[in-house]
Design a protein around this ligand. Structure first.
Ligand code: NAD
Length: 276
């Protein structure tokens, strides 16, 4: 059973979900259905992933009540201007064939473009209309969040950032926590890079679990929300099974010590791509 976490507006989100970045669109529907069969009830997609339509098809085909599934999508970098953001959101609802999403995020802050405060204003309007049950941001540094807190009226419910044992992100996570913002850890497995680490292998062996399960357990015990991605059904099931054991303080300290500030993706201050 996957536990929920309460967001700052009372909406509950399953702490573990299914990531869909780089899932081929032609396989996405079946893989999301595999995830639902394995017990996942939370799917993370984005306009940029070009698979919202197939995610929506899986939600429809699952037969699950809409209220039992948590769907997140994200604003494409090309659409930070206020009216563009509103129109892009409409296209997401249309592609997903949903009347509302559970969470809508600004995908990247694009500080060099400088339009994220107006994108946030558009998200606040969408939230007020009830078509997103919660709104938040992704890849926001404390400086970007501070600006949103100053210029906006709604505190973001989440900040989705890259976090894994090689990139602990304690500073951003502490800022999020101090403002009632839940941290979502993207690339929780470091896109697979952390799984061959001997320290992870030792912790996993001690608990009779796989390296992926040990790493996901570490995230869950820190209180972050995770959505590992896999296109392999056995791994999709494996990644959902990170709840029947607990890491002790020594395990946590050993994994914490692996931090080396290593990113698999862009630094938020340097990501400026605005293509579609
Ligand atoms: P991830 O850390 O989930 O790693 C996925 C890779 O790890 C897989 O492709 C596979 O190679 C490997 N893997 C997965 N499960 C495994 C297992 N059990 N055993 C062995 N290897 C395994 O990486 P990700 O997909 O980049 O991140 C997860 C999700 O986070 C994405 O799908 C997406 O939804 C989200 N994300 C968001 C942003 C953002 O900017 N907001 C950026 C990247 C990812």
């Amino acid at each position: 059973m996957i536990p929920d976490i309460e967001l700052n507006n009372g909406v509950r989100i399953p702490q573990l979900g299914f990531g869909t970045y780089k899932l081929p669109p032609e396989r996405t529907r079946d893989l999301v259905l595999t995830a639902f069969d394995a017990g996942y009830r939370h799917v993370d997609t984005a306009q940029m992933y070009r698979n919202e339509r197939e995610v929506g098809q899986a939600v429809a085909a699952s037969g699950l009540p809409r209220g039992d599934v948590f769907v997140t999508t994200k604003l494409n970098n090309a659409f930070h201007a206020h009216d563009d953001a509103l129109a892009a959101f409409e296209r997401s609802l249309d592609a997903l064939a949903l009347e509302f999403v559970d969470l809508f995020l600004i995908h990247w802050p694009l500080p060099a473009v400088g339009l994220y405060p107006q994108a946030w204003a558009a998200l606040e309007e969408i939230y007020a209309s009830g078509r997103a049950r919660a709104i938040g941001v992704s890849n926001f540094q404390p400086s970007h969040l501070t600006r949103v807190l100053e210029t906006g009226t709604v505190t973001p419910a989440v900040n989705q950032i890259e976090v894994h044992p090689y990139l602990r992100q304690d500073e951003v996570r502490a800022f999020d926590a101090a403002h009632g913002i839940v941290t979502q850890a993207w690339s929780p497995l470091g896109r697979g890079t952390v799984l061959a680490d001997p320290v992870i292998a030792q912790v996993a062996a001690r608990h009779g679990v796989t390296p992926a399960q040990a790493v996901l357990r570490w995230h869950l015990q820190r209180g972050d929300v995770v959505f590992p991605k896999s296109a392999t059904p056995a791994r999709i099931r494996e990644n959902a099974d990170a709840f029947g054991f607990a890491l002790d303080a020594d395990d946590v300290a050993a994994i914490d010590a692996l931090d080396r500030g290593e990113r698999t993706g862009s630094h938020p201050d340097q990501e400026n791509r605005t293509g579609r």
